[in-house]
Design a protein around this ligand. Structure first.
Ligand code: NDP
Ligand code: GDR
Length: 351
């Protein structure tokens, strides 16, 4: 049985990746940080009580923090994982302008702490770094592995640092270390303050009569939005190759925030102009205008291709938020998932 360690397991991607690896027969370990309230809601359905008659899945959680090198060293030395997926980060671009140094510490230095823990513990683990399309920033679209980075936020600059130390440890110490340069990927588990989920939750709350207005920032930014469960499969594929490399992952289709609003509100028969208001507090000092993936290398070398397109993603997310609000959803999103992922490892009820 292969062992995997996931940092950031309580996040959107960590939770899907844990499910995916369990379905592949892995023993899965996750690093979680202590919080004063429960922060495991995305993984509660796979976590089983470890006491007699409790535990079934080989799934273990360990307290730690990406800012503390010792906890990483101990964990990696004791578990001796075959694969480490480093997903933990302060992942919000807007917040990185408010907390630049903290973001540098967690999102940037966090990666080198994990790399050093692997090197010093003598562990032979393969390493995945959650790199980001934000690193391309102001670079002209479409962006691929050859596109020079032009980071436009403290978050993006921290990710560029993490990207380069990952390459540095691959070249300098022979570590099997890969950068997955993932473009935006969303799901019903997306954090509530990212723009897609903010919109789909608002659609549901407006339908339920619980919200009047939705306050947003820049509606003109264009992003390449994909479906998160497909992206965690790409992470795994990278670590199964004969040699380590870096890969861009995205759909090759870009849309503006405005178009997302059209799709999401239009799906339930509403006109977003009646509900959306602009609040400058959501503007960023420097914005990334246009991200569009050229993922041809991943298609060629990993055989990775996304199935869920933009308008389908929106329907999946709106359906899920309507159900969460206790409303009856039109159901197109649910149908799309049932058709495309009939033998899949994640199920609608665990959205
Ligand atoms: P989330 O924000 O949903 O999850 C971030 C995770 O990191 C959470 O589990 C969080 O724990 C954990 N974390 C944050 N700070 C610390 C810390 N100090 N110590 C330990 N754990 C910590 O992000 P996503 O799942 O969306 O993204 C996963 C990774 O991929 C991130 O690195 C992100 O930057 C990157 N990425 C994401 C993309 C996307 O579109 N989703 C695209 C490209 C890259 P807690 O639950 O306790 O807060
Ligand atoms: P992003 O995602 O910055 O691309 O980073 P986000 O959803 O936060 O923003 C996308 C675009 O929408 C605009 N926007 C708003 N954004 C938020 N959050 N809230 C608003 O009210 C709002 N109004 C307009 C933003 O200005 C931006 O242009 C995500 C994160 O998951 C990163 O961790 C990851 O690396 C990148 O995607 C790829």
């Amino acid at each position: 049985m292969k062992k995997a360690l996931i940092t950031g397991i309580t996040g959107q991607d960590g939770s899907y990746l844990a499910e995916f690896l369990l379905s592949k027969g892995y023993e899965v370990h996750g690093l979680i940080r202590r919080a004063s309230t429960f922060n495991t809601r995305r993984i509660d359905h796979i976590y089983r009580d470890p006491h007699p008659n409790g535990g079934e899945l080989p799934f273990y959680l360990h307290y730690g923090d990406i800012s503390v090198p010792e906890s990483l060293m101990d964990l990696i030395y004791n578990i001796q994982p075959d694969e480490i997926y480093h997903l933990a980060a302060q992942s919000h671009v807007r917040v990185s302008f408010d907390m630049p140094e903290y973001t540098g510490n967690i999102t940037g230095l966090g990666a080198i702490r994990v790399l050093e823990a692997i090197r010093k513990s003598g562990c032979k683990a393969r390493f995945y770094q959650a790199s980001s399309s934000e690193m391309f920033g102001g670079a002209k679209p479409p962006q691929n592995e050859q596109t020079p980075f032009e980071p436009r936020s403290p978050y993006a600059a921290a990710k560029v640092y993490a990207y380069w130390v990952t390459r540095n440890y691959r070249e300098g110490y022979g570590l099997f270390a890969c950068n997955g340069i993932l473009f935006n990927h969303e799901s019903p588990r997306r954090g509530e303050t990212f723009v897609t989920r903010k919109i789909t939750r608002a659609v549901a709350a407006i339908m339920a009569g619980k919200q009047r207005y939705l306050y947003l920032g820049n509606l003109d930014a264009k992003r390449d939005w994909g479906y998160a469960p497909e992206y965690v499969e790409a992470m795994w594929l990278m670590l199964q190759q004969d040699r380590p490399d870096d890969y861009v992952i995205g759909t090759g289709e870009a849309h503006s925030v405005r178009e997302f609003l059209d799709e999401a509100f239009g799906y339930v028969g509403l006109d977003w102009h009646d509900y959306v208001r602009i609040d400058p507090r959501y503007f960023r000092p420097t914005e990334v205008d246009f991200l569009l993936a050229d993922a041809s290398k991943a298609r060629r070398e990993l055989g990775w291709e996304p199935k869920v397109r933009f308008h389908e993603l929106v329907r999946i997310m709106v359906d899920a938020d309507l159900e969460l609000m206790g409303l009856t959803a039109p159901g197109e999103g649910k149908r799309i998932l049932a058709e495309r992922f009939s033998s899949g490892w994640h199920r609608w009820e665990h959205q």
